[in-house]
Write a protein that binds this ligand. Sequence first.
Ligand code: SAM
Length: 329
Amino acid sequence: MESWFTKVDQTASLIQEELEVSYLEAVYLTGVNLFEGVILQEEILHNEVLSKRLKKEYESFDLAHMSKEELRKGYQLAILKGMKEATQAHHQMTPDAVSLFVSYLVSKMTSGKKVLSILDPAVGTANLLTALFNHLPGKEVTGFGIEVDDLLVKLALSNANLQEHQIEFFNQDALADLFIDPVDLVVCDLPVGYYPDDINSQKFQLKSNSGHSLAHHLFIEQSFRYTKPGGNLIFLVPNSMFEGDQAKALHDFIKEHGVIQGLLQLPTTMFKKKEHAKSIFILQKKGPDVKLPKQALLAELPTFSNKQAMEGMIQRIDQWFATEFEGQV
Ligand code: SAM
């Protein structure tokens, strides 16, 4: 995995210097070259020394011998390096530990399914979405990713291509109409904050009566719209979502359209500031066979590095799935 990261890093740095683009843009461009097996940038082809060097670097690496998880993790490291230089907090990639934990939840939830469609309406770099794909072996999975930022969606595309996942990406506002059919499962690390488009927010039940609406509330409503009856939804939500004057409207909306399966609080040590701490919110959309769980899964997760406590928690969650869930998705 390290040599893969080094390969992406070195070739991206060469491209960055030659084309005078950001490191992140260069990570995307080198990802595309690696996937296509050719150098696609005209300007580079005019520089014989550089194109020879890049070609040699690309040819010395065999993608076919890498696992999809290794490809994801190495590419993710390069993206993280680029993000440190460039991005604002709300563009942050979902941390690996969280992506892996959500993958575990999804594999439990979908154990009874052979064919599955998944939507991430705030797909970012597709780190979370492709981590899920990598933990669903033996299933036919199709994915849809929506992202408003054009560089992030390009990174997501080359990330998914390198891992050879069947994911369709849409570069658009996820709160506008989506050109997809309802899916079995929505997974989303929600963008938190105010949604600036007051006109579009009018079509949402969860719009604010004065001023901007909360993007994370509208995202939940939009996600329900694109989930099949009985389908599941997993959100990373700010802990503060359950407080404040908009919380009741959100609660009423969820009660009307869905069932709360669980709420797992992530360890606060994962977040730089306590106010930014998040939880994993597990829901199911109402449908003909959907029942209220006997007991929702409510827990504060231990620090992921505390192996013993984590094993105990996994046992408890496994037990919960065995009694409540039985692969309903
Ligand atoms: N799970 C992602 C990953 O693994 O990289 C990270 C998601 S990040 C917390 C939230 C993302 O939502 C950001 O990439 C941001 O650009 C995107 N976003 C914010 N508002 C959006 C909108 N209205 N439509 C689509 N995407 C949006």
